[in-house]
Ligand binder design. Structure first.
Ligand SMILES: C[S@@+](CC[C@H](N)C(=O)[O-])C[C@H]1O[C@@H](n2cnc3c(N)ncnc32)[C@H](O)[C@@H]1O
Length: 291
């Protein structure tokens, strides 16, 4: 079989690459994704005069491929699809959890400023991070009206893909990325640019930060623990044992009582003893038990 006249990929070569990518990034490519792998690798091979997949594999292992080239290869192998307000039920759960948490903390310590930190794992081009920040800002408007106080919040996004993060940091999006954004929200939180694009407003952007990191190596990059960890449409590409070990790492970064929200297809269940499943038929979420 040939994809755009790319060299044939033998089964053995596919298996080498399948294992290599899994080890480096967690991504597990099933046989059905072989054409996708061929497409991603062959363009690079052509530009570098590399004639087969095995040669490229050995070059990578010998460190003969630059960090920038490896980053582009990884980017071409990841699925970066996302949009604003993608998972409504999960977002609703985060909002009500944060509201309850804020009120509980205001009651326990009325004179103390309260902070909530959220983390989007595999944030792609930033829509998920900004959606969470917008929802937190709306929550603050409600808290201001009802209890006369607001929480300080921050949303951190991490992703392995440098190009996706560059888009995220800029915060400029084509209109179709905003298809699910209610009109009132669009008017309140985005500036309409001349060419039909929309830019997220600075008051939201300033609450968000983006970090390049591989989920498999995130320990070194993250210095704090989070009230909410939001991980959607990322682990679906990982093998079951890898999913479990990533979730165990995420739990390490979750504050006691914190909320872990996973996508529905993310994992069938987890055996982490620190987690209690949230009773919600629309989304898969866990609370970290207090120590
Ligand atoms: C399909 S997107 C999901 C985006 C967003 N969470 C959503 O649900 O709309 C998956 C993202 O996970 C990122 N990703 C995949 N493997 C990763 C890894 N090992 N470390 C960090 N990010 C990774 C990809 O680069 C991609 O941007």
């Amino acid at each position: 079989m040939s994809v755009f006249n790319a060299p044939e990929m033998e089964s053995e070569e596919f298996e080498l690459w399948q294992a290599y990518l899994e080890k480096q990034t967690g991504l597990w490519l099933p046989e059905s994704r072989k054409p996708f792998l061929i497409r991603a690798l062959s363009g690079y091979m052509l530009s570098k005069g590399i004639s087969n997949y095995r040669e490229l594999y050995f070059k990578l292992n010998a460190g003969a491929v630059s960090v920038g080239d490896w980053a582009s290869l990884v980017d071409s192998l990841t699925v970066n699809e996302t949009c604003f307000y993608r998972e409504k039920h999960s977002l609703g759960l985060v909002s009500s959890y944060c509201r309850n948490m804020a009120i509980e903390r205001f009651q326990a310590a009325p004179d103390k400023p309260q902070h909530l930190q959220l983390w989007s794992v595999g944030c792609s081009t930033g829509e998920e991070v900004y959606t969470l920040a917008i929802e937190m800002d709306k929550l603050n408007l409600g808290l201001h009206d009802s209890v006369g106080k607001e929480v300080y919040f921050g949303v951190t996004g991490i992703d392995i893909s440098y190009p996706s993060l560059a888009v995220a940091r800029e915060g400029v999006y084509a209109a179709r990325q905003l298809d699910f954004v209610p009109m009132v929200t669009k008017n309140l939180y985005f500036n309409r640019l001349a060419d039909g694009y929309f830019q997220i407003r600075d008051n939201i952007r300033q609450r968000c930060c983006f970090i390049q990191s591989n989920i498999l190596e995130m320990k070194a990059k993250l210095k704090q623990n989070y009230d909410v960890i939001y991980c959607q449409n990322v682990l679906i590409y990982f093998k079951q044992d890898r999913k479990q070990s990533v979730i165990d790492e995420l739990v390490e970064r979750l504050k006691p009582g914190g909320l872990l929200v996973l996508g529905h297809g993310e994992i069938t269940g987890t055996n982490n003893d620190l987690l209690t499943k949230v009773d919600n038929k629309h989304c898969l979420a866990y609370l970290r038990k207090d120590k």
